[in-house]
Design a protein around this ligand. Sequence first.
Ligand SMILES: [Zn+2]
Length: 324
Amino acid sequence: MDFNFRNLCAWFLAKALINFGFVKKAKMRALNGDYILSIYSHNPTKREFEACIKWLIKQKFNFLTINDLERIVNNEMQFPKSSVLLTVDDGWQPNEQNIVEIAAKYEVPVTIFVSTQAVEEGAYWWSYVNKSIKNNSKNRVATLKQLPNVERLAIVEKLKKYANIPREAMTVEQIKRISRSSVVTIGGHTHSHPILVNCEDAELYHEISFSKKKLEKWINKEVSYFAYPNGDYGQREVRALKEQGYRLAFSNVPTYLTKSQLTHKYEIPRIGLLEGASLAENICRMVGVWHPTVRSLKKIFKSSKDSIREPVYPTASNVHVKMS
Ligand SMILES: [Zn+2]
């Protein structure tokens, strides 16, 4: 589907959710303390990020630091009303201007989870794949995400020799600089951004501990929070993070952060903003009505598609006659 056509359809749906009161209802529940809005993004433009922040401020949401969230998890702080937690994944170079500057302007805390290899080398592994394989590159990245990690790494290392990609991740200097901002917390996001569940045990521990030590050396602060690359994890990953001294970890499960979910402090859900989408869609995302609506529509669409499939006529092979 053409992305603009997708965005246009999504805009109509978002407007319907706003006009029929679904957004208002969800917003009131968050304002009354039924849940915290846990929101993440990757590489939004300044205009997109600022529009979201201004909307949240206008609705009178308070912005939690990640340290506040840890205190809430540990019952040292009451579960708050009207609260938002903002996180950002990967460490994209435009984040300094588009996120950190805006966060400082509005005094809004934000946690940025950084993959250290991209910071050292300049680019993320999927960019080498996209650059090298023009046709169906999306499918190719998706295929690589399914492979055992050693196989993915071997392919990516070969592709790196042929692709020259301009820097897209922040530099070490930028990481050091933004870490000194009073609104920024730096978190871990592994070294090479692998799919952790496809890693051998030794690779998993290396990815988690090597990147943590590197980040701590760069910023001269402890790194205690983590986001799973691609949102993929299992109980082995949770155990490894605990052993390496991480204290909170974040998934990409797009749901509200309720009191009961806080008992799983290595599986904190987050709702993703979509870069390039309308503000109306991102408002629906932020208050948590977007994903359940899209899921329901997909289900309805699928069941109506199934019901208009060709009828199955009896043939010798699909008729089972009970022999007596
Ligand atoms: Zn990531």
